[in-house]
Design a protein around this ligand. Structure first.
Ligand code: NOJ
Length: 451
C-alpha cells in the first residue's frame, strides 16, 4: 500500500513572497514592507514590492497549477491586504483579489488550503506591540472572523499559523526575520502564548463558522533521524525531536509550540526551568489553545542525525565529508520524511500533512529555453519515496505540498534563491515551468506509483 487514493498532492506559496502589489489596491503596510526598506536586512536590499506580481498574474498562475495537476493549493492571506490597519475596515480590493483567486481555483478543480498567517503582519499592529500586546489574540480572532464571513462558504481547509518558530523564534532572537529584534526570554514566551491563544481562538471560530471544515497548523521545528537502525538510535532521534532545549535554541523546537495545542499543557520540565519567565496563564487559556485539529502539518527540509549516547542522551552526528547538499548548503536528508511523520504521528495521533518541502537550486534558463533542474527532481523523488515508505508502514499521511509552486521572494535571501517548480524571470515576469514541474505532474498523475 502506498499513498491513499485521495492523497492531497499540492504546492505552496505565501502572500508576501509572491503577490507584489505592495502599495496597490488599498493594501496596508506590512512588517515586511517596512523591514525590507531598512538597508542591510535583505540580500542586496531586495524587497517584495513586486515579487512574482501574482496580484496581476493570478489567472496565468492558476492555469499553470491546473497544468501541473495539483489537487490542492496552499496559499496565505495577506492580513494587511484584507485589513489595512489590522482591525476594523476591510479593503474591498483585497476581498476582490482573494475572491477571484478562490473562484479560479475552484473552477479549475483545485482545492484551496488557506493559511491565515504566513508572516506578513499589519504594521499598524506591530506599532501597537504586535504579539506582545495582550489584545493580539483578539486582533487575530477578528481577522479570522472576517475571513470566515468573506470566504467561509468556499474554503473548507485551513491552516492557522505558518512556522511560529520563525516569525517569533528567529524574528525576536535577532535573527533574519522581521522585525529582527532581540528581546528577553520572558517576552518571547509571552508572544508564544499569545500566538497559541490566537491559534485556539481561530480554531473555535472556524469550527463554529465553517461547518465541516478541516483545520491544521503549519509549524516547523528541528527534526532528527537515527544514525543507525538500532532501537537506541531510533529512540535518540525521537527524544531529540521532542526535547525542549531550554538552554539552547528552544524556540526552534517542536514541542513548545505543539504540546500545548495537542496535550493542553506546556512541556512540564521546560516550563519549570523557565520559572518566572513563564507568562501568566489564564484559567481558560489552555482549553482555548488545545482545540482539536484535523491534521498535523509540518514544514520540513532537512534533519539532523543522532546516536544514543552512553548517558542516555542523543548525540548529534556530523555529516560525513561530501554529504549531499542543496545549492544553499542545506543537507539533503530524505529519511527525515520517513522519521518525522512517523514520530509526529505517534506523538500527536493525527494524520500528517507535509505542508512544505523542497529545495533551492541554481536554476537558469538554458539555451534551449528550458529550465533543467535534475537536482530538484532527484531531491523530491528521494524525499517522496521516504514519505511513501512511512505511509506503507502505517503512518497516516494525508498530503504533500511542494515548496514552492514558483520561484519567489525568499525573505532575507531576497531573490537569490529559487525554490520553485516554475522559474520566474523577475524582470519580465515570464514563467517557465522547470523540468521538475513536468516530473511532479507525472508523479501526481500516477498517485506516486512512479516514484
Ligand atoms: C519555510 C517558510 O514557510 C517559507 O516561507 C520559506 O520560503 C521556505 N521555508 C524556504 O525557506
Amino acid at each position: 500500500m502506498g499513498f491513499k487514493q485521495d492523497f492531497v498532492w499540492g504546492a505552496a506559496t505565501a502572500s508576501y513572497q509572491i503577490e507584489g502589489a505592495a502599495y496597490e489596491g488599498g493594501k496596508g503596510l506590512s512588517n515586511w514592507d517596512v523591514f525590507c526598506k531598512q538597508p542591510g536586512n535583505i540580500y542586496e536590499n531586495h524587497n517584495g514590492d513586486v515579487a512574482c506580481d501574482h496580484y496581476h498574474h493570478l489567472a496565468e498562475d492558476v492555469a499553470l497549477m491546473k497544468e501541473l495537476g495539483i489537487k490542492a493549493y496552499r496559499f496565505s492571506f495577506s492580513w494587511p491586504r484584507l485589513m489595512p490597519q489590522g482591525t476594523g475596515t476591510v479593503n474591498p480590493d483585497g476581498i476582490r483579489f482573494y475572491q477571484t483567486l478562490i473562484d479560479e481555483l475552484l473552477q479549475n478543480g483545485i482545492t484551496p488550503y488557506a493559511t491565515l498567517f504566513h508572516w506578513d503582519y499589519p504594521y499598524a499592529l506591530q506599532k501597537r506591540g504586535g504579539w506582545l500586546n495582550p489584545a493580539s489574540p483578539q486582533w487575530f480572532a477578528e481577522y479570522t472572523e472576517t475571513i470566515i464571513g468573506l470566504f467561509g462558504n468556499k474554503i473548507k481547509h485551513f491552516f492557522t499559523f505558518n512556522e511560529p518558530q520563525c516569525f517569533i523564534g528567529l524574528a525576536f532572537t535577532g535573527r533574519e526575520m522581521a522585525p529582527k529584534l532581540q528581546v528577553t526570554r520572558r517576552d518571547i514566551l509571552q508572544m508564544a502564548h499569545n500566538v497559541l491563544l490566537a491559534h485556539g481562538k481561530a480554531v473555535q471560530l472556524l469550527r463554529a463558522g465553517v461547518p465541516g471544515c478541516k483545520i491544521g497548523y503549519a509549524p516547523t521545528g528541528s527534526t532528527y533521524i537515527p544514525a543507525s537502525n538500532s532501537a537506541q538510535d531510533i529512540e535518540a532521534a525521537r527524544k531529540a525531536t521532542f526535547t525542549v532545549d531550554v538552554n539552547g535554541d528552544w524556540p526552534m523546537g517542536i514541542s513548545w509550540w505543539s504540546d500545548p495545542i495537542f496535550f493542553g499543557e506546556y512541556p512540564a520540565e521546560a516550563a519549570q526551568a523557565f520559572g518566572d519567565d513563564m507568562p501568566a496563564i489564564g484559567p481558560n487559556d489552555m482549553k482555548i489553545i488545545s482545540q482539536p485539529l484535523d491534521f498535523y502539518g509540518h514544514n520540513i527540509y532537512n534533519s539532523t542525525p543522532v546516536k544514543m549516547g552512553e548517558n542516555g542522551q542523543p548525540v548529534v552526528q556530523a555529516f560525513k565529508p561530501g554529504h549531499p547538499r542543496t545549492a544553499v548548503n542545506w543537507p539533503i536528508t530524505p529519511e527525515g520524511l520517513y522519521w518525522a511523520p512517523k514520530f509526529l504521528h505517534q506523538r500527536y495521533k493525527l494524520p500528517v500533512i507535509i505542508t512544505e518541502n523542497g529545495l533551492s537550486c541554481h536554476d537558469v534558463v538554458s539555451l534551449d529555453g528550458k529550465v533543467h533542474d535534475p537536482n530538484r527532481i532527484d531531491f523530491t523523488q528521494r524525499y517522496l519515496q521516504q514519505l511513501q515508505r512511512a505511509a506503507q508502514d502505517g503512518v497516516e499521511v494525508d498530503g504533500y505540498f511542494h515548496w514552492s509552486l514558483m520561484d519567489n521572494f525568499e525573505w532575507a535571501k531576497g531573490y537569490s534563491e529559487r525554490f520553485g517548480l516554475i522559474y520566474v524571470d523577475f524582470e519580465t515576469q515570464k514563467r517557465t515551468p522547470k523540468d521538475s514541474f513536468y516530473w511532479y505532474a507525472s508523479i501526481i498523475n500516477s498517485n506516486g506509483s512512479l516514484l
